[in-house]
Design a protein around this ligand. Sequence first.
Ligand code: F7E
Length: 322
Amino acid sequence: MIAEGYQVWGLVRGQANPRRRWVSRRLSEIRFVDGDLMDQGSLVSAIDTIQPDEVYNLGAISFVPMSWQQAELVTEVNGMGVLRMLEAIRMVSGLSGSTPVPSGQTRFYQASSSEMFGKVAESPQSESTVFHPRSPYGAAKAYGHYITRNYRESYGLYGISGILFNHESPRRGTEFVTRKISLAVARIKLGHQDKLYLGNLDAVRDWGFAGDYVRAMHLMLQEDEPVDYVIGTGRTHSIRDAARIAFEHVGLDWEQHVAIDPALVRPAEVETLCADAGNARRALGWAPSVEFPDLMRMMVDSDLRSVSRESRYESPELVAGW
Ligand code: F7E
């Protein structure tokens, strides 16, 4: 976005949020505004201050298991937070539903999730597949999805949802399974760890590279008409495949190092997800550029470099407790 000439603002929650410094060190051009998805007034103030052309709501508690532990909080942030953001844009833009929509209004992107498909009704999943969320996280995301559509239909607000399947990169949090594997592989290879504990090895996901998915989000908001799109690769792999690919990359046998921890199995699992992103391919010209095995190898290489630089780089279990 910065490369395309955008002035980018980040909404920062909380006092002395450490992520602010982390982002500033890497992208000094980004400016910050204080605000919280739990606080309507702060969002109105942020939108009023910036008067943005485009708002990307990627704010959420994104780790699915946490949504069983703190269901109400996750619903507030991931569900009601979307409503508050839409209300802020509606109020500042003066959209009432009964007066004409002003030109040059703020466009809104909502990060919907393939977790909404949950116990899938059909495969692959497209924009018309019915939702059956399997976690409080998925249920809250479904609310965010429908309320975005409702503000579009009620007020003429330019609001869309991208239904994104799992997207990964070396920056992925260490609690998510791909990065948990890549970091463990690096630590095992370099002699800092011996075992990697995982949950359900049979779960199947459609994983893509996060950089490709950010490109898709931007493309969606440039369309003349607001339309929701599914974004994914249409290729699937199991957790077992991910572990095998990562360990093989450093010349190790995954079966010697992976063990099952039943505590990591979810109360209700999303067994398999596979995207039909045909609409995005046709309308936006979007296509993924990284195959999953290469993505896993990219993540392992990155973690080998991090662990070599900082030999005490902690294991995911120590960092997150998962
Ligand atoms: O789990 C299985 C686990 O935590 C993937 C978020 O970005 O994508 C992400 O949600 C699968 C699940 O991602 C472990 O049971 C096995 O079936 O990497 P994950 P997720 O839950 O699919 C969607 C699209 C989002 O919207 C979310 O915000 O892997 N699995 N063993 C494990 N998962 C974890 N985390 N840790 C394990 O040890």
